[in-house]
Design a protein around this ligand. Sequence first.
Ligand code: 3EB
Length: 339
Amino acid sequence: MREAGGVEAAAERAIGVRLELTREALRTPPAGTLLEVVYGGAAAAPAAGAPPRLDVPNRLLGGPPVVERWLSASPVRSFARGDLAWSEDGERLAGCRTVAAGEDLAAVTRQQFDAILDLLAERGFPRLLRVWNYLPGINERQAGGERYRLFNRGRAEAFAARGGDEAAAGFPASSAVGAPGDRLYTVFLATGAALPAPHHLENPRQVPAWRYPRRYGPVPPSFSRATLGDGLLLLSGTASVVGHATWHPGALAGQLAETQRNIERVLAEARQTPRGEGAPVGLAGFDLVKIYLRSGADLAAARAALDPWLSPATPAIFLEADICRADLLVEIEGVAAAR
Ligand code: 3EB
């Protein structure tokens, strides 16, 4: 993230958060570390009292292991309680919860979001900006339905149980992709009253996910296309969905081009929104881009197709992951400065 540069920005937000990508996985992260996400799994075991860290279990494609480190300019305190690990700096809270996913994914997901939303209320950071979910067997069918649909039910129940505020104000930006193993991983970022309320964005090319028709599952997914908050544009997992339909099913190049159009449209919305004026026009201006490919064998083709949209300086991470619809081959998300 760009650090607050101008006098105005500094006045509005004396301290802030920034994102660093590094090859260096340290046993004791630098002071100010709110959260670490490790890709390619080369990290040393974290020291006791260290900030929350997720070792993403998905296969990292075409690059050495890398650490995504969220850094605060303020003193950070880190906590752990049961399955939850989190850190706070007075303005924001970042954390991770990991549980055995098991067979009853609706109930486990309900507990996952209950625990997270209860924590945010308890600690005074009730504004959820961004959620990253990694769930095992996302496309598998079982009694009760497809696992992604069970996940959607549990997540929606947890939000609804809290008065449905999110449905009115907008759900957080989100991604939900498959993961190897049997653990459900959820990483989250939230802010409190010291920062302006986040602004959740939709994409006019797409039906809001929370209004998807029942053919995609009895309970629709609870997420916005992007969230502006904490000086950032947090882009949800974006795929080749127009209206509510998958476009270019099974065709990588077409899906990538359609995904670009969706991303550019959301970014245009962001730039017309207060506190989003500084959002980039395309992926090349992002601080981090994550590309999830259903098949690692598509890496070279995806890289070539994305070449016009990513600058050589754009930090990009390619991961192998199942996507939430069986006909989707790719999903792209990212983080950019919004001003
Ligand atoms: C789509 O547009 C693709 O369930 O949290 C993208 C991002 C998708 C987030 C989620 C799902 C989620 O419907 C799927």
